[in-house]
Ligand binder design. Structure first.
Ligand code: NAD
Length: 370
């Protein structure tokens, strides 16, 4: 049987790419080795992996040597010195982290990135981006209200009535829609904005108001993703957002454009007009942020507003995140096992293959690197 090695992520990443349940299934087809401590921050002990049929290995170099298939999520593992041909399946956000894939070009590695999965029905059960985005949207609201000075729902009590909190969600993709649904469930009044027209009905069906700004440019060849907009349009956007931001208790920003800097949607001027003590959770802080002053993994206090840079907020619910992610990863591994010989013909494998034997073969990444 081929040997599958599950790697422990770097410090700062709490999730793990496979759970003991996943290992149990995979053990029917692979000898599984788990790096010691791989699941500990997500609540999965070495013992649980052992009971699921895995061998535990604390020596990373030995694990890399013994395994032919390596599984990881986001850590920038050092693969240097690998002599034999290996396959790495990872979740790296490769378009935003091009430098992390260059190491694969110095070693005989086939590298597949699940962040390049085509957003098609057939690949839905492997879609780690959707899983993590959905959890992140939920967690942003829960975390935001935990840090907030106000409660979310209307509460009538002996002391009078507290009116519902106002939540503004910018970017209504998978994370944004989940944030809207969660904030609505918590009784908040929610307003949202996205440049993709079709999101209006999705936002409204969740009981939120939609900020409509006409004139966005959409590109059908972008696979459903947003593209960068011109300055004139963005000025109209900023003006419309400003009208809502001044009354918001909690703003959650999720706006992204793959491979580009995040669009700036919260300006210095807006922050000055916001209520003191209000919160901005910037989930695009790893790609420059939707707010001018947010910093990833930090809280910045600016003009009385707390800016929380939280691009990996799913780390705060690491067990739930690992369960979803592990199921996606397991489905991908099974798909890989059944279609490995047809990598270039298979829609899913061809779209996610970044390097073949150390050579970059993914067209888009090749163009970005050169
Ligand atoms: P994403 O994380 O790339 O971006 C988040 C949101 O930010 C998007 O909705 C985008 O339109 C928005 N955005 C970008 N620039 C903006 C700006 N200047 N102002 C406001 N909003 C801005 O998006 P995602 O959640 O990964 O979804 C991307 C696409 O993939 C969507 O069309 C979604 O419906 C689709 N999708 C399809 C599947 C599937 O078919 N399996 C699964 C998940 C998502």
């Amino acid at each position: 049987m081929k040997v599958l090695g599950l790697l422990k992520e770097n410090a700062g990443v709490n999730v793990v790419a496979l759970t003991p349940d996943n290992v149990k299934h995979l053990s029917e087809h692979y000898t599984v080795i788990v790096e010691s401590g791989a699941g500990v921050l997500a609540g999965f002990t070495d013992e649980a992996y052992g009971l699921a049929g895995a061998e535990i290995e604390s020596d990373r170099a030995l694990l890399l040597k013994k395994s032919s298939l390596l599984i990881t999520l986001s850590s920038k593992i050092n693969f240097s010195g690998i002599e034999k041909h290996k396959t790495v399946i990872g979740g790296y956000g490769v378009l935003d982290e091009l430098e992390s894939i260059l190491q694969f070009t110095n070693n005989p590695i086939d590298f597949f990135s699940l962040s390049l999965l085509p957003r098609i029905t057939k690949a839905q059960s492997m879609d780690i981006l959707s899983s993590l985005a959905a959890l992140s949207g939920y967690q942003a609201v829960v975390h935001g209200f935990d840090k907030s000075m106000v409660v979310s729902p209307m509460i009538s009590s002996a002391g009078g009535t507290l009116y519902p909190a106002k939540v503004l969600v910018l970017g209504a993709g998978v994370a944004g829609l989940q944030a809207i649904a969660t904030a609505r469930r918590l009784g908040a009044v929610v307003t949202a904005f996205d440049i993709r027209k079709q999101t209006k009905t999705e936002v409204e069906s969740l009981g939120a108001d939609f900020i409509e700004v006409m004139g966005a440019v959409e590109d059908e060849s972008s696979g459903g993703y947003a593209i960068e907009q011109d300055e004139n349009f963005m000025t109209k956007v900023i003006d419309s957002i400003a009208l809502q931001a001044k009354d918001a208790d909690l703003i959650i920003t999720t706006a992204r454009i793959p491979g580009k800097k995040a669009p700036k949607l919260i300006t210095a001027d807006m922050l000055k007009r916001m209520k003191p003590g209000s919160i901005v959770i910037d989930m695009a802080a790893d790609t420059g942020g939707n707010c001018e002053f947010s910093e990833n993994n930090k809280t910045v206090l600016k003009d009385g507003v707390f800016l929380l840079g939280e691009s990996t907020i799913y780390n705060r619910v690491a067990r739930s995140a690992s369960i979803l992610l592990g199921n996606n990863m397991t489905t991908f591994i099974h798909h890989f096992r059944s279609n490995e010989d047809l990598t270039f013909q298979d829609e899913i494998l061809a779209a996610t293959l970044v390097t073949r034997n150390g050579k970059i073969v993914h067209e888009k990444i090749c163009a970005e690197v050169n």
